[in-house]
Design a binder for this molecule. Structure first.
Ligand SMILES: [Mg+2]
Length: 231
């Protein structure tokens, strides 16, 4: 069957791993105390701070809650409260143009070309859907959100589980072999293939100085940039 939809990962695929690790996470860590001081009374912020406080035996000082959250950022913990608060902090950062998200130069042109050719585009990333929308809305290549027909995060399940890709396939409403999944992580591609999707390993030198070749590709077709992807 011809490919009718592209499902793409973000980190290491459209964008550098270091953007998230070296820009986004440190920004959230630094901005957290000021954000809590400025917006901690807003109900949609307060509820998450209270949830963290409750989990820590009912600590009542925001400064302690901030320290707990910063510890979670350091541990890369995927906690709902942390994700929600980080999302709001990043929204402030993007909206005040403190930074734009990194896009590899070949990514946006290829996505546009596929879209123009009639393919539907989707994102699947471990970052929350609001964070994904922000990232593509404020990228080095401009606002790319209009290109996408849908966004998926770990609400559908983990990225290394075949069931997640089955859920995505059902939601998109296409056969597995009509969907091409792009990722830099072979275990994610293995799970997608198990669910019947087509796959391409994105093996960018900037993120992976050592090329993944031979057995390391797990027999997934491999491309070092989006230009090399043949549909
Ligand atoms: Mg990735």
């Amino acid at each position: 069957m011809p490919i009718r939809a592209i499902l793409t990962d973000i980190e290491g695929t459209t964008s550098s791993i270091s953007f998230v690790k070296d820009v986004l996470f440190p920004y959230a860590r630094r901005a957290l105390p000021g954000f809590v001081a400025a917006r901690g009374r807003e109900p949609n912020v307060r509820k998450w701070l209270d949830a963290v406080a409750m989990e820590h035996g009912g600590v009542c000082q925001d400064s302690v809650v901030v320290e707990v959250l910063q510890g979670w950022i350091d541990e890369d913990r995927k906690h709902t409260a942390l994700k929600a608060l980080q999302g709001m902090i990043w929204a402030d950062g993007y909206n005040s143009a403190d930074f734009t998200s990194h896009m590899y130069p070949d990514a946006a042109p290829a996505l546009r070309q596929w879209k123009d050719a009639g393919l539907r585009l989707y994102v699947y990333s471990s970052g929350s859907v609001p964070a994904q929308r922000l990232l593509f809305g404020h990228s080095d290549a401009g606002d790319l959100t209009e290109l996408f027909s849908g966004f998926f995060d770990t609400e559908v399940g983990g990225k290394r589980e075949a069931a997640s890709y089955e859920r995505i396939r059902e939601s998109i409403g296409l056969a597995g072999d009509e969907i091409l999944f792009l990722s830099d992580v072979v275990e994610e591609l293995d799970a997608a293939r198990e669910a019947g999707l087509e796959t391409v390993l994105i093996d960018r030198r900037e993120d992976y100085p050592q090329p993944r070749e031979g057995d390391a590709t797990h027999d997934h077709p491999r491309a070092t940039s989006f230009d090399q992807i043949e549909l």
